[in-house]
Design a protein. Sequence first.
Length: 286
Amino acid sequence: MAEKALASAADAVFLDLEDAVVPEEKAGARSKIVHALRELDWRGRPTLYRANALDTPYFYRDLVEIVEEAGDELDAVMIPKVQRPEDLNVAATLLSQIEMAVGLEAGKVALEAQIESAGGLANVNDIARATERLTALHFGPGDFAASLRMSLRSIGAMDEWDEAYPGHRFHYAMQRIVVAARSAGLRAVDGPVADYRDEEGLRQSCLLARSLGFDGKWCIHPAQIGAVNEVFSPTEEEIEWAKKVVAAYEEAGAAGRGAISVEGQMIDAASIKMAHTTLDQVSETP
């Protein structure tokens, strides 16, 4: 599975020690992460794995064993079910100790955090600024729904319960995560759609997440990668519009004009920022 994932068109891949591994296999799975970090071809992607949560007996060994044995090949660790900033402080402190012990550069291993509980969302602003190691916030809709005792039939997609609510039930949580991430200079990544056969549900979920400002979305099956990459990549029309806006702005600046319009639309400073954001996304695409 790891080799198949790394051979796919996904922009990033993480190996999982948490939900994908049953308790009796968790200790043995660490050596498989080490093997993957050292032996598999990540094709230029950042190397990343998900540890178990801090409220389990597995977390500290997930960090110690893997970072000690393959920290020189590791870029980041994802921490699930982050409840408060102190959770990330613990992880960051332990990483600092391991880096010193094995001679790695201080701060080499970054952190990514999953927000998937009531406590995590309530503390998301502080979590986003907990440590300089943190680079991204991820939304976990399944565990979040369980934490709030929300009725949920299918993770990540609309179901019959959404018909009872006048809007999208996860909008508040998702927007808070994006705001917290952006205010701290982090990436924001949406969680998965569990039913990999539901192409329309996946597309709608992607469109919603992108409309709120998320940078990307999890895929739990290779069949989902194409749709996610398509939705989260600027369209040709968006790129052309952004180029026109930037060109018009630069032309107006050279001519000493402050007010400009493009195809009948007035362009202001916010329009320029959005245009540059679109063009930056193009330049960041692998």
